[in-house]
Design a protein around this ligand. Structure first.
Ligand code: WTA
Length: 676
């Protein structure tokens, strides 16, 4: 189908940035990729990754198991090492790219820039691997990483992969409580942190937050060692031994190690990492990603979605014009950073960018300054960042030369058309593809995205499924697949794909209950969607109790449990509210235990309780204290009504006569009104 065909059929605006291939051939390629997913992915696994031993069962046997019982496995019996594939292989023939840059790091200050070549990366990763093993880490151990956005974070992830340890990275915005929960859940004997990090001119006291976590009773008997990197700007002068004698000053230990460390042969189905994410219940779940399937999916989706190709030979130092400078400015503590800062780009032999600071530091031109200084060609960020920069107008981006840009990526939440257009017009100057990538921690990589130069774009739609992804829109009540378009329902995936998380650590029943059982035979995403007449997908948001605040996934139940843990709180109900910059904000309704009057100081404590339990990024936008909440006669809190009140959608509040005390609604409306 050509662009003009789409435009005629659809009333939506359609943008076409330099289409180089017809959409019909893309659609045909997609259809053939899902006809036999086992062979499709097996052929890619053989051509894209270096294996120490091939998987068993040939192309048609690459996939086994089913979504129904959650027994999916890819390339089982195949032996490989992800660190070898992401680092070592590029250092020798036939790639010979040891002198090419693997990581460009830009620190909190625009003047602190490091370039690390593939050779340097290999040697440093080997030293870290040896240091971890010297400290006791063995294959299969879970190593918790609580680190700033410095190259050592990526290097330690790769070192874990090298020695067969399983990393569990915790975003550096999480609190000591949240770290302790995750260490306990994963039974993680080892923790790697840094004495401090920096962000937006502020110091992040990571080691002291970590120390708080491991001194909690639930961790004290689990953690055996804490490896502490020196902060980037200090020479270890801030080094402080923890009181338990578990701390190892890591920077000098690493420096003293041999820069050679063999890669462990891992099975394709061995776990590569765990990443915790929020769900509908209070406890975050540790999703387990595997070695072979995840690596392949990360590698292939990075190349496809951003129009990049695997770097197969040494770069020509005299001709940099055809080289991409790829920059994903997310944090490596989230899945976006795992797949599209660390694994995806390095597995393709690209150079990847690590950014420690914020888009606002030292001013709102920071991103555009970086694009100009580094000649960035592919830039990947979240709608919340775009919206917050948009507020400052067009002057900042206009001050910089953004002509190197070719592809602009977005991830994390639906992008509203106004932000899309600003990104396209002002940042991309109407020349670049805006790639809207829909995916989840669970999917490991992109599952819906447009291909730059191929898929015509509609602002706000993540467009069409990626290769090898068999999407389905289901009727939420009958569970039946809706085959015709347009359609509206919940988004599901019909056949296994290599990047899918295989289980929730230590709780396969929960994995089945959340993803596989709601619609038997399908993987359920938890998102609602619309599919238009062109087959384009429009994500309408979560259909469960998960909020998306500035692209961070937060379970309402997590916030509620933080609140009810406070001595003064009797009941808490948390709902999302539309927020101009963050996408969604957090609104908490609470009732207090008898005898605790509502004071400013107490409400402040409640805000703090959420920050302490989860982290500052989950700070509520409003906390509404009232004598009662709207309940049904059977005692259930009516969240639907609370949502309507919080979003001021009073005309669609619906029937309130079934409430045990309908007057509560008016009280709450008055209280919420005061916040605006
Ligand atoms: C949402 C982030 C619309 C969605 C990679 C999903 C999106 C959740 C998009 C996963 C997008 C992510 N358009 N919605 N392009 N990308 N989402 O696990 O609700 O942090 O289920 O993974 O973010 O969030 P997670």
């Amino acid at each position: 189908m050509s662009k003009s065909e789409i435009q005629e059929e659809s009333p939506m605006e359609v943008y076409d940035a330099n289409t180089t291939a017809p959409l019909s051939s893309h659609k045909a390629h997609h259809a053939s990729s899902i006809r036999d997913v086992s062979s499709y992915w097996s052929n890619l696994a053989t051509s894209k990754l270096e294996w120490f031993a091939p998987h068993v069962g040939g192309a048609s046997g690459a996939l086994s198991g089913s979504l129904i019982d959650g027994s999916v496995s890819w390339f089982a019996g195949g032996k490989l090492n992800v660190c070898h594939n992401a680092v070592d292989r590029y250092c020798h023939a036939p790639y010979d790219r040891g002198n090419d840059v693997a990581i460009v790091w830009e620190g909190d200050e625009p003047t602190s820039v490091l370039r690390i070549t593939y050779d340097e990366l290999r040697m440093e990763v080997c030293r870290i691997s040896n240091a971890l093993m010297f400290g006791g880490v063995r294959r299969g151990d879970v190593v918790t990483l609580y680190m700033p956005m410095v190259p050592e974070l990526a290097m330690t992830m790769l070192a874990c992969a090298r020695i067969g340890a399983v990393h569990s990275v915790i975003f550096a915005g999480f609190s000591a409580d949240a770290i302790a929960d995750r260490i306990q859940d994963a039974n993680s004997f080892y923790v790697v942190t840094a004495s401090e990090g920096r962000r937006g001119g502020r110091v992040l006291p990571l080691k002291s937050i970590c120390d708080d976590a491991i001194s909690k009773e639930r961790c004290a008997n689990i953690v055996r060692r804490v490896f502490v990197f020196d902060g980037k700007d200090e020479g270890g002068d801030k080094w402080e031994e923890g009181k338990e004698g578990k701390h190892v000053r890591f920077t000098p230990l690493v420096a003293s190690m041999r820069p050679v460390c063999p890669c462990v042969w891992m099975d394709a189905e061995d776990p590569l990492f765990i990443l915790y994410t929020s769900g509908s219940t209070g406890r975050p779940k540790g999703l387990v990603h595997t070695t072979g399937g995840y690596a392949l999916f990360a590698m292939v989706t990075t190349a496809n979605s951003f129009g990049l190709s695997q770097q197969t030979g040494p770069s020509d130092p005299h001709n940099m014009s055809n080289r991409d400078v790829y920059a994903c400015v997310a944090d490596a503590g989230w899945i976006t950073g795992h797949t599209y800062i660390v694994y995806g780009p390095l597995l393709n032999g690209l150079s990847t960018f690590m950014f420690e600071s914020t888009p606002m530091y030292p001013d709102c031109g920071r991103y555009w300054d970086m694009v100009q200084r580094h000649g960035i060609t592919v830039f990947y960020t979240a709608p919340t960042a775009i919206r917050s920069l948009m507020r400052y107008g067009d002057d900042a981006p206009r001050r910089y030369d953004l002509s190197s840009l070719r592809v602009l990526g977005t991830v994390g939440e639906p992008i509203n058309p106004a932000a899309w257009k600003w990104y396209y017009d002002v940042i991309g100057n109407g020349r670049c593809s805006v790639v809207d990538t829909y995916w989840q921690t669970e999917t490991g990589g992109h599952v819906i995205a447009n291909l730059p130069g191929i898929t015509p774009m509609k602002p706000g739609s993540c467009t069409l499924p990626c290769y090898g992804i068999d999407l389905a829109v289901l009727d939420p009540t009958t569970g039946k697949e809706i085959e015709t378009s347009p359609a509206e329902g919940v988004l599901a995936i019909k056949q296994p794909w290599p990047g899918m998380a295989r289980t929730c650590l230590g709780d396969h029943q929960r994995y089945l209950a959340v993803y596989m059982k709601p619609y038997p035979g399908y993987y359920f995403t938890g998102d609602g969607c619309r599919r238009d007449e062109d087959g384009y997908i429009w994500i309408t948001g979560r259909v469960d109790d998960v909020l998306n605040v500035s692209g961070h996934r937060i379970g309402t139940a997590e916030v509620e449990s933080a609140l009810v843990a406070h001595y003064s709180v009797a009941q808490a109900a948390v709902v999302g509210i539309p927020h101009e910059i963050k996408g969604q904000g957090i609104c908490c309704y609470v009732t207090l235990v008898e005898g605790y009057p509502e004071t400013d100081a107490l409400v402040k404590e409640l805000y703090l309780a959420v920050r302490t339990h989860i982290g500052p990024f989950a700070t509520p936008d409003m906390i509404v204290v009232n004598g009662a909440l709207p309940m049904t006669r059977s005692g259930k809190i009516m969240r639907r009504i609370l949502r309507k009140i919080a979003s001021s959608e009073l005309d669609t509040i619906g029937d309130t006569t079934t409430l045990s005390d309908p007057s509560v609604v008016d009280e709450l409306i008055l209280k919420v009104d005061k916040f605006f």
